[in-house]
Design a protein around this ligand. Structure first.
Ligand code: SAM
Length: 218
């Protein structure tokens, strides 16, 4: 990636990283990923001046790029080592996919809205990131051909945990998914063990709906 692209908005990016630290994010590898990926490349041109505010922003087609703190929280909870095979459901802007390339081994990402997937592909290319394996489709079905996954991250609110995602989790792997109604959800961490699944309820969050065969219908 051109150094100038990363340096652009450098002050705003540093202030965002300090804000994430103030809000409890401690993992230095996660904070470094935020320093390495220019979030302004993943928001519409007219909103670039707001790219480093800690809030979600519209990206078109009624969808949003999630709040940076939410992305940081997901990544801190997962504590990736750099070797993992990761599946992301809900590519959206592609910003979390880009962060994941800095922290995991292989990144697969599914988006149901084709123009958003295309937009994300362009943003990733502008940042010199060519190795996110993307697909357009219903992410509630997972992507069994490349599984099992060490981590599955769902970036949209689901009424329940889709069974195909549980099935595609490796033993020792973790699934992060916001579960609840359309208004509020809690982030669930589900870890697959040799004997079954362990569930932990984490923070309250608010996402756009996960729409698909194992999600909301509309
Ligand atoms: N991490 C992404 C970001 O910050 O850009 C999240 C984007 S948005 C909060 C959630 C995305 O999930 C939307 O782009 C939406 O179209 C997508 N989505 C919803 N249901 C989906 C499904 N069944 N399969 C794949 N993507 C889905």
């Amino acid at each position: 990636m051109a150094a100038a692209v990363v340096r652009e908005f450098g002050g705003a990016r540093r202030r965002l990283i300090e804000e994430l630290q103030r809000k409890g994010i401690r993992d230095l590898t996660v904070l470094k990923a935020f320093d390495d990926v220019p979030r302004h490349e993943f928001v519409p041109t007219g909103l670039r001046h707001r790219a480093y505010e800690d809030c979600p922003l519209p990206i078109g087609n009624g969808q949003t790029i999630s709040q940076p703190w939410v992305h940081a929280k997901y990544l801190e909870v997962l504590a990736l080592t750099g070797k993992e095979r990761v599946l992301e459901i809900g590519t959206g802007s592609g910003f979390l996919s880009a962060l994941l390339t800095k922290l995991a081994g292989q990144v697969f990402s599914i988006e149901r809205i084709a123009p958003l997937a295309e937009q994300a592909r362009d943003a990733l290319r502008r940042c010199g990131i060519e190795h996110v394996i993307q697909r357009v489709g219903d992410g509630t079905l997972g992507w069994p051909e490349y599984g099992p996954y060490d981590a599955i991250l769902v970036g949209a609110a689901s009424p329940d945990v889709p069974q195909p995602l549980l099935d595609q989790l490796a033993v020792g792997g973790q699934l992060l998914i916001p579960v609840g109604d359309r208004e509020t959800q809690h982030l669930l961490r589900i870890r697959r063990t040799a004997d079954g699944y362990e569930r932990t309820t984490l923070d309250a969050m608010r996402f756009v709906p996960l729409i698909g065969a194992h999600g909301f219908t509309t």
